[in-house]
Write a new protein. Structure first.
Length: 459
């Protein structure tokens, strides 16, 4: 694995949230196209059919990244563009878009960082059972091979999955995300098959990189959404509630990936609830393939208290509202918990390089007549969380980069276009892009940090 000379500064997006062009060049429907077409699922009936029209405006968006001085751009591939049926051969016309994107980035000196799966599963694979079906893990590894064969000559940074918790829990348990199923047993099967798919894909990518003499440059890993769960008091009941929440949200992914075993307390409880993890012989070895990188998507932390057991015996701890600022998502702004999270990760799961692969905030933006947004709150949110990240680095944590979420205002899943996370405004009538104050802040901060790093010669 490569150690970069410097901390990397970037911004992130995902395919369904920005691309639009859902029927072009052989792309087939994903579970999000289907979900958006289902009444009552997404605010105002919004869909990703046009989104930011990034598919047609990609060079303009890369030019904005270059103006901001970004080192690296994290984006995802739409599986139904690359391999429309979710099985079989790749689709040259769909792959050509990512070829152009990668070439445009490299021409501007921006490193491409590819995520293979940011939630847009080909509908054909959901129809075949989706992530609760073991077969989809093997289909994912085949897709990873197609993607790596197409782009691996120019892309060294590969992330398998974005936030498997969201895919499994929001997709198959609460039904808030596509495919909108509400079946806890299916959700825990999805957890295991997502992780298995990750491990199979890591193995596939490493083998292909080795066969092509590219292993030295390769950095492969996964991105998790991790949120500290803080007990409301030292009472045994509150401590147990926080431990369960940490187990179900965080340890259920970290432990198999980085220690090769599911956390026994969580796995046992899921079994008792009739929702076992469908582990077969050899699966944990596959899941625990060494990774170079673990991406951390961090937005908030939660304070947890004991509460009566919920539906069907599921633990249902209460989340307490603290007296702290909140974003338009109603998420509490808790930058200090990010420093604590990173120090805990490096201590309890040593080995990988950590990157903040998403961090940002939705606020109720108001644009002036030129489209400019004076989003002082978002700039402040970024400042506090960059400070928190660099504090962890200065404490010795192996954290190597930071990505703002998001480059552009975009399709915020079940909230549609009603929540804006961009550092760049998108006018959804004209599709015009206008950097916000937060983008100026970020560009200045990145420039200052790079200058300081060059002066001190810091690695
Ligand atoms: C992440 N939750 O999603 C995703 O990676 C992005 O695509 C998304 O736009 C961003 O965060 C902002 O929401 C999450 O309910 C969605 O805890 C929901 C949750 C967490 C992350």
């Amino acid at each position: 694995m490569t150690q970069h000379a410097n901390f990397l500064w970037g911004a992130a997006t995902s395919s369904y949230q920005i691309e639009g062009a859902v029927n072009e060049d052989g792309r087939t429907p994903s579970i999000w196209d289907t979900f958006c077409a289902t009444p009552g699922t997404v605010t105002d009936g919004d869909t990703g059919a046009v989104a930011c029209d990034h598919y047609h405006r990609m060079p303009e968006d890369v030019a904005i990244m270059a103006e901001l001085g970004l080192d690296v751009y994290r984006f995802s591939l739409a599986w139904p563009r690359v391999q429309p049926d979710g099985t079989g051969a790749g689709n040259p016309a769909g792959i050509a878009f990512y070829d152009r994107l990668v070439d445009e980035l490299l021409a501007k000196g921006i490193r491409p960082w590819v995520t293979l799966y940011h939630w847009d599963l080909p509908q054909a694979l959901e129809d075949a059972g989706g992530w609760p079906s073991r077969d989809v893990a093997y289909r994912f590894a085949d897709y990873a091979a197609i993607a790596y064969e197409a782009l691996g000559d120019r892309v060294s940074q590969w992330t398998t999955l974005n936030e498997p918790w969201c895919s499994a829990v929001l997709g198959y348990m609460t039904g808030r995300h596509a495919p909108g199923r509400q079946d806890a047993r299916a959700a825990t099967a999805a957890v295991h098959h997502l992780l298995l798919g990750h491990g199979l894909a890591v193995r596939t990518i490493r083998d292909l990189a080795a066969a092509n003499g590219r292993s030295d440059a390769l950095e492969v890993g996964i991105t998790l959404n991790l949120a500290p769960k803080l007990p409301a008091s030292d009472s045994p009941a509150d401590l147990a509630a926080a431990h369960w929440e940490d187990g179900f949200a965080n340890r259920l992914y970290l432990d198999p990936l980085l220690r090769g075993e599911y956390p026994a307390d969580v796995a046992d409880r899921l079994g008792e609830l009739g929702c076992p993890l469908p582990v077969q012989d050899g699966d944990l070895e596959t899941i625990a393939q060494p990774v170079d990188v673990v991406g951390v998507n961090y937005y908030s932390s939660q304070m947890v208290a004991a509460a009566p057991t919920g539906q069907n015996g599921w633990p249902a701890p209460a989340t307490l509202r603290r007296d702290v600022p909140r974003t338009a998502m109603d998420w509490e702004v808790t930058p200090g918990a990010l420093t604590d999270l990173l120090t805990r990760l490096d201590r309890e799961y040593p080995g990988p390089a950590w990157y903040i692969t998403e961090n940002g905030a939705a606020y109720a933006d108001t644009a002036d007549e030129t489209g400019y947004v004076d989003d002082a709150e978002r700039a402040e949110y970024l400042r506090e969380h960059i400070d928190a990240t660099l504090e962890a680095r200065d404490l010795g944590v192996n954290v190597r980069g930071y990505f703002a979420w998001s480059l552009l205002d975009n399709f915020e899943w079940s909230f549609g276009y009603d929540r804006r996370f961009g550092i760049v405004r998108v006018d959804y009538d004209t599709l015009e892009r206008t950097p916000k104050r937060s983008a100026r802040y970020y560009a200045e901060r990145v420039a200052a940090e790079k200058k300081a790093a060059a002066e001190t010669g810091r690695l």
